[in-house]
Design a protein around this ligand. Structure first.
Ligand SMILES: [Zn+2]
Length: 182
């Protein structure tokens, strides 16, 4: 079972300025605020995390560059987290981060792309308007569903790993047998 502590997200999204959900605003694309390169869309958004002022995305476009450097957070919410920065391919400005390893309080957002709300603009398709992501709240209702999807992938990987592990174990047993036989 993958660890999922929803309370972090609920706590983080409680103090909302303008309550506008994804359902109200419908479909949108996410853009770099500086050069308007497309970074993602609402279909891959699975929520937002208030304490990191970020949108949670399961997928982003190829124009989001994941830094090779792994950094260690020292203070605040990011303390003891290992993460990589995300940059816009168009203008190289920082647009977010992805957390590889974290204390359990942030376990539920590991390996999810975090786009900084303050660096992202949203183009809302129904109204053909561009708004700052900081003005919006990203609904968390789809999150449980998305997490189930992620968990299934994870469990499939885990199954494969234990299969490989048991094969390796078999092999070492076999080689032990052949050694003792000779
Ligand atoms: Zn840009």
């Amino acid at each position: 079972m993958m660890e999922f502590d929803g309370s972090v997200l609920v706590k983080c999204s409680r103090d909302v300025k303008l309550h506008q959900t994804l359902e109200d605003t419908q479909r949108m694309t996410l853009h770099c605020q500086d050069c308007h390169t497309v970074l993602g869309d609402s279909l891959s958004v699975c929520g937002d995390i208030k304490c990191l002022d970020s949108i949670l995305c399961l997928r982003v476009t190829d124009d989001v560059v994941v830094s090779d450097n792994k950094e260690l957070g020292h203070k605040g919410e990011m303390a003891n987290c290992i993460y990589s920065s995300l940059k816009c391919r168009g203008c190289r400005s920082p647009v977010g981060k992805v957390i590889h390893s974290s204390p359990s309080r942030l376990a539920s957002i590991r390996s999810i792309f975090l786009l900084y709300k303050s660096n992202v603009s949203c183009y809302i398709l129904t109204s053909s308007s561009m708004v700052n992501a900081s003005m919006l709240t990203f609904d968390l209702r789809g999150f449980t569903h998305s997490m189930t999807e992620v968990r299934q992938q994870f469990e499939a990987q885990l199954d494969q790993m234990s299969l490989i592990k048991s094969r390796l174990a078999d092999r070492s047993v076999n080689s032990l047998l052949s050694v003792s036989r000779s």
